[in-house]
Every structure is written in structure tokens, then in C-alpha cells.
Design a protein around this ligand. Structure first.
Ligand SMILES: *Cc1c(COP(=O)(O)O)cnc(C)c1O
Length: 404
């Protein structure tokens, strides 16, 4: 968000954008890498120059809660990866989602969303927004007709997430965005699991796309961050809300995320490939009850996924026969997977939603959300796919013998 003229990278592919976008500015001290500017303030020779920057007529920065040069490069890179006109950043994915919703919603407004949103987002819908007299309706995630029906009753915001975490349901962005625009609603899509390599919600009709940059964008599980992209009118409002509310991304985190982003296309290509191979292998194993991955022909929304995604992402989940007890035996037997809550990292991570993302739900709630007790969420890293499959195979065999 500054007066600088931005380069658009027309015709350049995702990989070229991942490497170059946002980095073409003047090289500070001839450094080829983006400097980490920790300075909170920026000094000016005279009041006139200062005034020019403060009023947006000249490029520059005033105070790092508002804008910061390192953070601006991160925003610019993601903006160009999503093919958006504008972007602003946040210290976490939840900050991006929460600040966006608080900017766009006022008492009396109504939001339509789905039951399978990220746990923190569901909490905003059920706990915090109702306090502000915002009405929330959560629909069956894959029931487009129900969502269209609720939207048609009138709403100011349609909030979608696709694919979902942890059961990889796919939501029809084109169809639902069309329904929302008929009633004048703004469409927000959380595209964290897909990444801009696999899906661009803005080109499918969404008004805003949000990401937890903590996951695949950064890719190294060493920095929290969030970002929202869309048209300047909306992004300026969200930027204004977040600068006043103090949700500023740290420059050091922006640098780490930028460094991760330079290999986004390579990582996601490998993770797409690994997840697909792993999903296909798991489907053939007798201890595995169901595999959830939009890239499988057996996935309920596979055709839709093929229409709106270029590839199907690095995350999948599967249910083990014998439920939670079997999952408890199985997890520690894996060599190449951190048993950890994060996802989207270069290392494979594995989690059991029953004890991680959905630990606060009751058995009945998890059942209603279609989360089997023995569900395992698997975020494929960039290791060799053959090693991941061999590791899963030995762990499944060892679990079979241990379970007798
Ligand atoms: C992790 C995640 C978030 C929240 O992001 P944080 O960076 O942890 O705040 C939001 N949406 C999805 C789909 C996620 O996986």
C-alpha cells in the first residue's frame, strides 16, 4: 500500500513470480537479497517530503505498524502469485481472517459459511461475531444448494474454505460466488491448503483470498504470518482496520516467509506429487478404511476439484480401521513424519484431529462433522515419495501385527 509503481509480471509463470516478484526495487547497498528492515521509524529531510509520504503522494514509509519495506515485499510477492490488484499482511493466518471479518461486518449483518472451516475461524463464527450482533449461518460444506438457499435469504458476506481441513472437502467457488454476488455479498475464500500454485480463487469469482502464510507459503514452519489479497477498495479498508488495531507482520517473519516463497512452486510440485502417490498407496492397504484426497477419482468432488484446481495439494487424510486406538499405535511407528499440529512444511507432519485441531469437540460433534475417530491428517513434505510410502508401509504392517 504505497505510491510506488508496481510491476505486473504479465505472462510470467508462477515460478518466475515466486522468485522475482516484489524484489525489483532499488538494491540497498547493492544487496541482491531483500534487507530485513527492523527500523520502526523512517526519517525525512524536511516536513514537505514527510507530508508527501504521509499523504500517499510519495513512496516511502512512516512507521512500521503501518508499512515496512520488508513486509511490503512479502505482500507484493503474494499479490502477484494470486493475480490480485492489492494485498495486505498480518502476523498470523487467524489475524488475517479475524481482521478481514471485523472490517467487513457490522452489527445486524449476516454471514453465510460452511461447517468445515478451520477451527479458529469456526470459533470466530460461533463465539466472537455473535457478541457483535452478527448473525452466522453455517451450512453443510458440500451442499451447494443449501448454501445458495441461505445466501438468497440475504447476507453481506459469504465465507468459504477449500479444500477443507482435515477431510479435504471441495467447495464450488464459481457457483457460490455467483449466488453471493446476486445478493450483493462479498465472497472471501481461505485458500491456505491449495496455495496459489494450485488454485486462484479471485479468478474463480471470489472477492478476497486469505492465506495462513504459516503453512505452505512460508513452508519451513519457522514463521507465523497471514495475508489477504483482492481489489484496492477492499484491501485499503482492511489495511486501515489492521494498522489501527496493530496487527502488523514482523519484518523478520516477512523475510523468512519471503525466503520460503522463492521455492514455493518447487515445493508444491513435489508435495502435490507425494500426496497423490501416498493417497493411491493408502487406498490399497487393508488397514486403511477411507482416504480423503481430492486428487483421487473416488473423492466425492473430484470433478469439481479438477475444474477449479490445477493440482490437488500436499495434504490428505485417512481413517484407520480400529479407530483411535489403531491411530495411537500407528503414529509413533513413522520415521519420516513429525507428530505435530502444523502442516505445509518441507518435513512431513502427521496429526490426529481428535487430539489436535478438534480436541475440544465432543464425539457427537466430530461425528456430525464427518470426522472419524481414527482419522489421521497427513501433510506430505518434500521428501522422496518412495521413502514416504515405504515408511507408511512399514508402520502400517507393524501396527497390524501389534494390534494382532
Ligand atoms: C492454520 C490455518 C489457519 C490459521 O493460520 P495461523 O497462521 O495458524 O493463524 C487458517 N486457515 C487454515 C486453512 C489453516 O490451515
Amino acid at each position: 500500500m504505497s505510491a510506488e509503481k508496481k510491476r505486473e509480471y504479465q505472462g510470467a509463470g508462477t515460478g518466475t513470480r515466486a522468485v522475482w516478484a516484489g524484489e525489483e526495487g532499488p538494491l540497498w547497498q547493492r544487496a541482491t537479497q531483500v534487507p530485513v528492515v527492523l527500523s520502526v521509524g523512517y526519517g525525512y529531510h524536511d516536513v514537505e517530503e514527510w507530508y508527501g509520504v504521509a499523504t500517499g503522494q510519495r513512496p516511502g514509509h512512516i512507521y512500521s505498524r503501518n508499512t515496512n519495506p520488508t513486509v511490503a515485499v512479502f505482500e507484493e510477492k503474494v499479490r502477484l502469485l494470486e493475480g490480485a490488484e492489492a494485498a495486505t499482511s498480518f502476523p498470523s493466518g487467524m489475524a488475517a481472517i479475524s481482521n478481514t471479518l471485523h472490517t467487513l461486518l457490522a452489527p445486524g449483518d449476516r454471514v453465510v459459511s460452511v461447517k468445515d472451516t478451520y477451527g479458529g475461524t469456526t470459533k470466530l463464527f460461533l463465539e466472537f461475531l455473535p457478541r457483535l450482533k452478527v448473525r452466522v449461518t453455517l451450512c453443510e460444506t458440500t451442499d451447494s444448494e443449501e448454501i445458495e438457499g441461505e445466501v438468497a435469504k440475504g447476507c453481506s458476506l459469504l465465507y468459504l474454505e477449500t479444500p477443507t481441513n482435515p477431510t479435504l472437502k471441495v467447495v464450488d467457488i464459481v457457483r457460490l460466488a455467483r449466488a453471493a454476488h446476486q445478493v450483493g455479498a462479498t465472497v472471501v475464500v481461505d485458500s491456505t491448503i491449495a496455495t496459489p500454485v494450485n488454485q486462484n480463487p479471485l479468478s474463480l469469482g471470489a472477492d478476497l483470498v486469505v492465506h495462513s502464510a504459516t503453512k505452505f507459503l512460508g513452508g519451513h514452519a519457522d514463521a507465523l504470518g497471514g495475508v489477504v489479497c483482492g481489489p484496492p477498495e477492499l484491501i485499503e479498508r482492511i489495511f486501515h482496520y489492521r494498522e489501527i488495531n496493530g496487527a502488523a507482520l514482523e519484518p523478520m517473519s516477512a523475510y523468512l516467509l519471503l525466503r520460503g516463497l522463492k521455492t514455493l512452486h518447487l515445493r508444491i510440485r513435489q508435495q502435490n506429487e507425494n500426496a497423490l502417490q501416498v493417497a493411491r498407496f493408502l487406498q490399497t492397504h487393508p488397514l486403511v478404511e477411507t482416504v480423503y484426497y481430492p486428487g483421487l477419482e473416488t473423492h466425492a468432488q473430484h470433478e469439481l476439484a479438477k475444474r477449479q484446481m490445477r493440482a490437488f495439494g500436499g495434504m490428505l487424510s485417512f481413517a484407520l480401521k480400529g479407530g483411535f486406538e489403531t491411530a495411537c499405535i500407528f503414529l509413533p511407528k513413522l520415521k519420516y513424519a513429525h507428530r505435530a499440529a502444523n502442516l505445509g512444511a518441507v518435513e512431513t507432519t502427521i496429526a490426529v484431529p481428535r487430539t489436535s485441531s478438534h480436541v475440544e469437540c465432543t464425539l457427537e460433534e466430530r461425528r456430525a462433522m464427518g470426522i472419524p475417530e481414527g482419522l489421521v491428517r497427513y501433510s506430505a513434505g518434500i521428501e522422496e515419495g518412495t521413502d514416504l510410502i515405504a515408511d507408511l508401509q512399514q508402520a502400517l504392517e507393524a501396527t497390524l501385527s501389534a494390534a494382532g
